[in-house]
Ligand binder design. Structure first.
Ligand SMILES: NC(=O)c1ccc[n+]([C@@H]2O[C@H](COP(=O)([O-])OP(=O)(O)OC[C@H]3O[C@@H](n4cnc5c(N)ncnc54)[C@H](OP(=O)(O)O)[C@@H]3O)[C@@H](O)[C@H]2O)c1
Length: 272
């Protein structure tokens, strides 16, 4: 298959699992050159073999903490070689708990994963993106548009990620770099229903909804393969923001105009 990303160079941070891996698979089918970032070298290498088998023109893997990407000389040399057409920042860790229970260390660790990893990846890649007039896809969340209870530090850090994406888009426009912010609701995964069980029992959270994807928001789980296709199409069109499902965009707008009505509508749609 020769799609829009045929022969283009795409970096996917967090490309070895979850949504990042689904995006890598879509790009592999389009025969893009892939560069994957993750910490687990063994998993990166086994996913690289799968992606090559699916048609990727090349796959290079760099096992490192994305926050420290600047220190990875091999990554810098690789992106200087051909420039970068697409950078997907897919690293992110969800959380559960009440703000009152948060420890400073939890907040710092969430900020590191959900903001600093993408900030460091983008900062390091800017010269190569500039060269190819590339696009950055920042994977955010509905939790970065609407404050939902029992999400620990996730909403705090995802709102910060939204702010960073919007500010950076305006600053990078003059260099020909585009930023697409993607804010999806809960994505279907095999471990969806039990992903937070340990955290919830450790923190003694008594909300039924908190254990569920999206903190109990009554939303249909999104198919990650279809989501990946929509994200890549939006990046091709250089859309600014992609919110899925679309009705969440209306809820975010209502929150800005009338927080009282926004909270009422959100509560009605939360499984508590
Ligand atoms: N899952 C959902 O329902 C959902 C809903 C809305 C939005 N999102 C957002 O979508 C994105 C992907 O979520 P996911 O649940 O699919 O993720 P995931 O399955 O937990 O995968 C995370 C990926 O990031 C890598 N990673 C994590 N920390 C890293 C670091 N410091 N340095 C380098 N690599 C790192 C992981 O590999 P290693 O462990 O090997 O490092 C892995 O490849 C996140 O931004 C998340 O907030 C998810």
């Amino acid at each position: 298959m020769q799609g829009t990303w045929f022969g283009k160079t795409a970096v996917i941070s967090g490309g070895s699992r979850g949504l990042g891996l689904h995006l890598a698979k879509e790009l592999a089918k389009q025969r893009a050159h892939l560069i994957l970032i993750g910490r687990d070298a063994g998993n990166l290498n086994s996913q690289a073999a799968v992606l090559s088998g699916m048609g990727a023109s090349s796959v290079d893997c760099f096992a490192c903490d994305a926050v420290e990407i600047e220190q990875c000389g091999e990554y810098r040399a690789r992106i200087e070689k051909d420039g970068v057409d697409l950078l997907i920042n897919a690293i992110g860790v969800s959380d559960r708990g009440k703000i009152e229970q948060l420890q400073l260390a939890d907040l710092e660790s969430q900020f590191r994963s959900n903001v600093l990893a993408g900030w460091a990846m983008t900062k390091c890649t800017i010269p190569s993106l500039k060269r190819n007039q590339g696009c950055v896809v920042n994977i955010g969340s509905l939790a970065g548009l609407v404050g939902t209870p029992n999400m620990g530090a996730y909403c705090i850090t995802k709102f910060a990620w939204t702010a960073l994406s919007r500010q950076w888009r305006m600053e990078l426009e003059q260099d020909g770099i585009h930023i697409l912010l993607v804010s999806p609701g809960p994505i279907a995964r095999e471990d969806s229903e039990h992903r937070y069980d340990e955290l919830i029992s450790a923190r003694g959270i008594d909300s039924k909804g908190a254990s569920k994807p999206g903190g109990g928001a009554k939303l249909k789980r999104i198919d990650p393969a279809l989501l990946s296709q929509r994200i890549l199409s939006a990046a091709t069109r250089r859309d600014r923001e992609l919110v899925i499902p679309w009705k969440a965009r209306i809820l975010a707008a209502i929150f800005s105009i009338s927080p009282k009505l926004g909270e009422y509508l959100l509560r009605r749609n939360l499984d508590r």
